[in-house]
Design a protein around this ligand. Structure first.
Ligand code: ADP
Ligand code: MG
Length: 648
């Protein structure tokens, strides 16, 4: 352990930022706001908070450092606590949604930008902080963009608060301009040369091309690890499986290829694998989402494989529908990705697209605020007493349609009144760190006396689609196990409730999960989230009551949150949302997809776009509920049933 400590101290000294420590501390002392730019891996995130700690900034308050990604906040906090030789959660901690790993002692706190935004609700002047570092500013998440405006305002009346805006790109002028010409502190990097190989012709199948490239590098190129950028968990799992299979065929003459996936939902203990040094005689291939573009620095990468795609959110303000789409990356991203191979020595980047394709890419990714649903953010800002959103100090303003759409939704949910002012319902909703429709569903459960059930459903929905698994060799068994939970055509939300309650009746055991093809880890997380939601129910003084036998009451509570997502069956078997017409289909994984005749009226949790728009997590509803629940939103003619016949 002592040896490791010495090694860490040595490593710290080799980071580019180390040589600028005194200069940096002087700049922080002399200026309230500082824009810091330095290449990925130069030590911004892990070192700067430690320097400030040593310099005494934590004597008067905490250092808060935001990260756009959960995994980054956790991983960096773990690393820094190790470097400082303290236990994670004590002096150094992290806070992400539904997981607070901090204590009274914590003086360096890494957190997601979303958590800092929530902290504003309880502490609008951030008085417990002496330094706020908005890290990864170039990512321009909607939350970071909002934080820019909020911290800029706080800094005006708190001259003692230091603000650091740190970023990996050279487009620092924009940040500087926004923060009233704050000085820019550049940490010169010393990147090595990166040789770029582009394909001669566009690749028809980039996954296939990526796998072939990885194997070719492994067989032909000198030692050095590989980093492959993929768009999400599914792609990563596919590539992992194929690579495992194909390397087995290579025989014993070829070195071992260690495959390390990294994506947001990967269990924590597996995430750390990417940081373990590669053993002598082996090669590591890291299969990563965009998380490895700038948020996480992985040692030893010499080869980058860049298919040129990323999964990003897109939002249609007309329909209010948000989807995740796989899109080409920007030039800035392509350059960042390539740079990952040249950190510790000369590197190579294999672009699976042509040099011409590269020229055609957008310069920068469109900031998230211009392509996302703003309801959540608007509700938080309203809670902070910010009335005039159109005149909020945005670095890049969102489209006014998106703002109006958010206001419209919050009004429909009863969170705002006609004048756009926060209501009691809205204030209660804002206590929950969830999307407004989910929060409304929880608040509405009071009326239907089913809060026990609704928080279970909310927790299960928050887990996403990683509850069930379907091993390739046991698909029929897995499907049969799953069907049992939706018996009686109760719909997907109730099926999730049944899964949870049955698991609970088996003492939350892992064996039960195993036998029912349910992921134990996901269930434990759901339980944890549920406990927290229960605590929040108490905070907003909603009684915890169970109404398990009245499924209609539970469905009405769900509808009270999700009525804008109600849809009606069309003659061709598709569904059409009622207010802002949008055509969608039942997702094949939905239990309702198996029912004949199809249900005529449904309400869904979310839309996902793959080959077409699919509704995921769906229940059937009675159209008269819509009038009962949202009379200001739906009129009688909206829910008339005459023009649809039951499908044979
Ligand atoms: P920046 O924020 O400027 O991109 P970081 O402070 O994240 O840089 O990283 C500095 C160095 O610390 C890098 O060389 C990186 O490889 C190393 N590092 C960061 N996190 C870990 C970790 N969990 N394990 C091992 N090394 C790490
Ligand atoms: Mg960083």
């Amino acid at each position: 352990e002592k040896f490791e400590c010495v090694k860490i101290k040595e490593e710290q000294k080799t980071l580019p930022v180390y040589g600028y420590k005194d200069e940096l501390l002087n700049a922080v002392r002399d200026h309230q706001v500082l824009v810091i730019v330095g290449e990925t891996g130069c030590g911004k995130t892990t070192q700067i908070p430690q320097y400030l700690h040593e310099a005494g900034y934590t004597k008067v308050g905490k250092i808060g450092c935001t990260q756009p990604r959960r995994v980054a906040a956790m991983s960096v906090a773990a690393r820094v606590s190790k470097e400082m030789g303290v236990k994670l959660g004590h002096e150094v901690g992290y806070s992400i949604r539904f997981e607070d790993c901090t204590s009274e002692k914590t003086s360096i706190k890494y957190m997601t930008d979303g958590m800092l935004l929530r902290e504003f609700l309880g502490e609008p002047d951030l008085c417990s902080y002496s330094v706020i570092m908005l890290d990864e500013a170039h990512e321009r998440t909607v939350t970071t963009d909002i934080l820019f405006g909020l911290v800029k305002d706080v800094a005006r009346f708190r001259p003692d608060l230091k603000l650091l805006i740190s970023s990996a790109t050279l487009d620092a002028e924009k940040f500087s301009d926004y923060f009233d010409s704050a000085p820019i502190f550049k940490i010169p990097g010393r990147p090595y040369e990166v040789k770029i190989h582009s394909t001669k012709a566009p690749e028809a199948n980039y996954l296939d091309a990526a796998i072939v490239s990885a194997l070719q590098i492994h067989v032909k190129e000198p030692p050095g690890d590989i980093l492959m950028f993929l768009t999400g968990q599914e792609e990563i799992e596919t590539v992992e499986e194929i690579l495992k299979h194909r390397t087995r065929g290579l025989g014993t003459k070829i070195d071992e290829l260690i495959i390390c996936p990294i994506y947001a939902n990967l269990p924590t203990h597996l995430q750390n694998k990417i940081f373990e040094p590669t053993p002598e005689g082996a090669r590591k291939v890291v299969l990563a989402t965009n998380i490895a573009e700038t948020s996480l620095t992985i040692q030893g990468i010499k080869y980058v494989i860049d298919p040129g795609f990323v999964k990003i959110k897109s939002y249609n303000p007309r329909t209010g529908v948000e989807s995740l789409l796989v899109k080409p990356i920007s030039k800035a991203s392509a350059n960042q990705r390539a740079g990952r191979s040249g950190r510790t020595g000369p590197g190579k980047c294999y672009r699976l697209y042509t040099a011409y394709n590269y020229q055609e890419l957008e310069d920068n990714t469109v900031p998230e605020i211009q392509r996302t649903n703003l309801a959540n953010v608007v509700l938080t800002l309203k809670c902070l007493g910010i009335q005039d959103l159109l005149n909020f100090d945005f670095m890049d303003p969102p489209p006014s349609e998106s703002l109006l759409k958010a206001l419209e939704l919050l009004y429909a949910l009863g969170a705002l009144n006609k004048h756009g002012e926060l209501t009691k319902v809205g204030r209660r909703m804002a206590e929950f760190p969830l999307d407004p429709m989910l929060s409304k569903m929880i608040v509405a459960s009071e009326k239907y006396r089913c809060s026990e059930e609704i928080i279970t459903i909310a927790a299960m929905l928050s887990i996403g689609n990683s509850i069930f698994y379907r091993p390739k060799d046991k698909q029929v068994l897995a499907d049969n196990a799953r069907v049992r939970f939706s018996e009686g055509n109760v719909g997907d939300h109730i099926a999730l409730l049944n899964v949870y309650n049955e698991w609970k009746s088996y003492d939350y055991g892992s064996m039960w999960c195993y036998e029912n093809f349910v992921q134990f880890k996901s269930m434990k997380r759901a339980r944890d989230i549920r406990d927290q939601l229960k605590g929040l129910l108490e905070r907003v003084e909603i009684e915890v009551t169970s109404n398990l036998n009245d499924l209609d009451a539970i469905k009405k509570a769900i509808t009270a949150g999700f009525f804008p997502h109600s849809a009606k069956l069309q003659k061709d078997g598709s569904y059409r949302t009622i207010k802002h017409p949008q055509i969608a289909y039942l997702h094949p994984s939905s239990s309702l997809a198996q029912i004949h005749p199809q249900p005529r009226w449904v309400v869904f949790h979310e839309l996902v776009l793959t080959t077409k728009e699919y509704m995921r997590q769906v229940i059937e509803l009675k159209p008269e509920w819509l009038i009962e629940i949202a009379p200001h939103f739906y009129k009688k003619k909206d829910v008339e049933d005459s023009d649809t016949k039951r499908m044979p």
